[in-house]
Design a protein around this ligand. Structure first.
Ligand code: TMP
Length: 210
């Protein structure tokens, strides 16, 4: 496994959060910040990050209805590709990986949002991740109405974004519960602050792992 306790080893960072919390601009900030420290980093995303994964993303966010179980299995299928073709090869070459979403999103959306039991998600996680865990997860957190208002200003609303308020409350609660149980891996970032304040919190969190 890649994750040894070597000080120089490449780190795996993930960004998580509900809709409209500003993941995209902050992903770019993380990569630039790392580059400024002389650290090579690639950015990627879930669902997506590989050719097959991007096809899964199109299906997942498309208009066709999917059962919760189908959603979960699609996410883990795309994740298996992502880990073996992108994440592990980069980490093994000493390149840091910054992913816009990863496994915590399955616990939050398919677990919290759709109601799939945690034990089943954990079993898939164990089989697919085989011990790979992010070194740091930045959880961009904002009240649901704040994020949804931002998301709805976008041109097109995707299948997930058209879910109701209660769904996103459950997603947020599941993320915050995971953060509380994560022994410090998941850092909660207050995404209601102006961008500069959000980025100060992110930089402070990044400093803890370099
Ligand atoms: P986003 O990258 O624009 O946030 O869109 C990805 C959507 O996919 C978002 O609504 C969250 C959802 N998602 C899941 O439901 N489960 C997952 O495991 C992942 C990675 C994403």
């Amino acid at each position: 496994m890649t994750n040894t306790n070597n000080r120089n080893r490449a780190r795996f960072i993930t960004l998580e959060g509900g809709e409209g919390v500003g993941k995209s601009s902050n992903l770019a900030f993380v990569q630039n910040w790392l580059n400024q420290q002389g650290i090579r980093a690639v950015t990627t995303r879930e669902p997506g990050g590989t050719e097959a994964g991007e096809k899964v993303r199109a299906l997942f966010l498309g208009d066709e209805a999917l059962t919760p179980l189908t959603e979960l299995l699609l996410m883990f299928a795309a994740r298996a590709e992502h880990i073996s073709r992108v994440i592990l090869p980069a980490l093994n070459k000493g390149v840091w990986v910054v992913s816009d979403r990863f496994c915590d999103a399955s616990y939050a959306y398919q677990g919290g949002g759709r109601g799939i039991e945690t034990e089943f998600i954990a079993a898939l996680e164990q089989r697919v991740l085989q011990g790979l865990q992010p070194d740091l997860t930045l959880l961009l957190d904002a009240p649901v109405e704040v994020g949804m208002a931002r998301a709805r200003r976008r041109q097109k609303i995707d299948r997930m974004e058209s879910e109701n308020h209660a769904f996103f409350e459950n997603v947020r609660t599941a993320y915050l519960q995971r953060a509380a149980q994560s022994l410090g891996r998941i850092r909660i970032i207050d995404a209601t602050l102006p961008l500069e304040g959000v980025q100060q919190q992110i930089a402070a969190a990044l400093k803890t792992i370099i």
